[in-house]
Design a protein around this ligand. Sequence first.
Ligand SMILES: C[S@@+](CC[C@H](N)C(=O)[O-])C[C@H]1O[C@@H](n2cnc3c(N)ncnc32)[C@H](O)[C@@H]1O
Length: 217
Amino acid sequence: MDKVQPGRQEKPRTSHGGPADVLRFLRSFVTAPMRTGAQWPSGKALSRAMAAPVDLAVPGPIVELGPGTGVVTEALLARGVPPERLTMIEFSPQFAKLLSQRYPNVRLVQGDAYALAEHVRKLGLAPPAAVVSSLPLLTQPPAKRLELLRTALRIMNPEGVFVQFTYFRDSPIPVEGTGIDTSVSPRIWMNIWPALVYSYRRGPARKLRAHERDAAD
Ligand SMILES: C[S@@+](CC[C@H](N)C(=O)[O-])C[C@H]1O[C@@H](n2cnc3c(N)ncnc32)[C@H](O)[C@@H]1O
């Protein structure tokens, strides 16, 4: 069941990013490997690279999918995203509990990130400026991954960006022939495992159509 947790004003029981987080991650990986998707949290360099494509000048909220212990959340806040502009969607109740303690001012939904449009609608959010995903997409069928991206691009601000990391070279979302504008970072070597960050945006034709639609309104 999806739960929106406003977060409690409690002090975190452990420091952020320490060995306790690695243990939490390992425990989550052992109990739910397909959902956790990694043995340990992303490092600082990868987290910064995930936050980098977010353009703070584009209006709208920032939605983070699969925040885990909050390393990318931390990088988004450090980049200057105000906590009230951020919404986290995390499936694991254990990670959700930790996040609610660690980021009491950030909106948290404990639920399924693949129901993105429904969450955005239920929360009454404006079209997001960015969706930043660390979901283990490769554990899902290609059609489901593409559907998530198409949904995000449809509901986002026309200038919005969908960000996703992968340990592999190829795009984790099958975008060939879709017209979706795709770019990729250099490989981030300071991470276990070294990773790439993909950014997806509406293609120029779709952007134009969105502007034309706005003009017609
Ligand atoms: C690879 S970990 C990334 C965690 C963190 N962002 C990082 O980079 O260290 C994937 C995260 O996505 C969460 N997750 C997996 N499937 C999900 C889903 N359908 N909805 C929401 N969260 C999901 C997992 O619980 C986990 O926290």
